[in-house]
Design a binder for this molecule. Structure first.
Ligand code: ADP
Ligand code: MG
Length: 255
């Protein structure tokens, strides 16, 4: 199978009058279609920078990125992006928040509006369509943000610590919830996080980064023997701790 996303020998540094901050160094990995990859690394190692590079917001200094075999700039592959904060607008209803990306990309049509209604119904937010974001719980808001991304039908989803602003209890449920939605939709996803349990509970593969300047130190395939392979079930499975410890050691062996 050909990778949907390929990064080769990526280098990046931020420049300021005080000097340069080397952020990514010789970083390479690839993602297969339908795969859920988690990238873990210590805070400040360059994870958000890496996602910005993957979606073309910033250019790497060296290295190449291919999406479905084409250079990022020439690619027509649709990328969805979901951030730590849900960025829902309080002056818009949930339905109108979900339509935002479609509006910006001039893709609003009877069909796409219908799709938005379908997704809201499918993911349990139908009765909140006309509600304002502040009337929803943190978990529901994050779900609305996910629907806003999914309605654009992205080929690949990039998630930047999407649960880290939620409290612990909510984080567990939302992670379980969103993990199952993405699996059902068979979306290719790349999640960056500093939370090892989140990575182990959601990913098919975990890519471990070093401290800044980040590079890949280890790639760990994650498999669970479970009848129903959900993030919550994984957390309770015996393999969970083994994977957690393995990644923990990998992250800390140069500390
Ligand atoms: P992470 O997401 O892993 O916490 P980031 O990619 O946000 O890490 O940041 C990596 C490093 O780059 C940090 O040291 C951060 O201070 C620095 N950095 C991030 N954004 C900028 C910027 N716009 N200008 C200068 N330095 C930045
Ligand atoms: Mg970050």
């Amino acid at each position: 199978m050909e990778p949907i996303l390929e990064l080769k020998n990526i280098h990046y540094a931020y420049h300021s009058p005080e000097g340069e901050t080397k952020t990514l160094t010789d970083l390479s990995f690839s993602v297969l279609p339908g795969e859920f990859v988690a990238i873990v690394g210590p805070s400040g190692c360059g994870k958000s920078t890496l996602l910005s590079i993957m979606c073309g917001l910033i250019e790497p200094e060296k290295g190449l990125i291919r999406l479905n075999g084409k250079y990022l700039r020439e690619s027509t592959t649709n990328i969805g992006y979901m951030l730590q904060h849900d960025h829902l607008f309080e002056w818009r209803t949930i339905y109108h928040n979900v339509l935002l990306g479609l509006e910006i990309q001039h893709m609003l049509s009877a069909r796409s509006r219908e799709h938005a209604h379908e997704l809201l119904e499918q993911y349990g937010l139908k009765q909140f369509e006309h509600a304002k974001p502040s009337q929803l719980s943190g978990g529901m808001r994050q779900r609305a943000a996910l629907i806003r991304t999914l309605v654009l039908d992205p080929d690949i989803l990039l998630l930047d610590e999407p649960f880290s602003a939620l409290d612990y209890q909510t984080r567990l449920t939302v992670c379980d919830d969103i993990g199952q939605i993405l699996k059902e939709a068979q979306k290719t996803a790349v999640l960056v996080t500093h939370d090892l349990s989140e990575a182990v509970s959601m990913a098919d593969r975990v890519i471990v980064l070093t401290q800044r300047p980040a590079t890949v130190t280890k790639v760990i395939p994650v498999t669970f023997e479970l009848e129903k392979d959900t993030p919550m079930q994984r957390r309770n499975a015996p393999e969970f701790k083994q994977y957690f410890n393995l990644i923990w050691k990998e992250l800390n062996h140069d500390a």
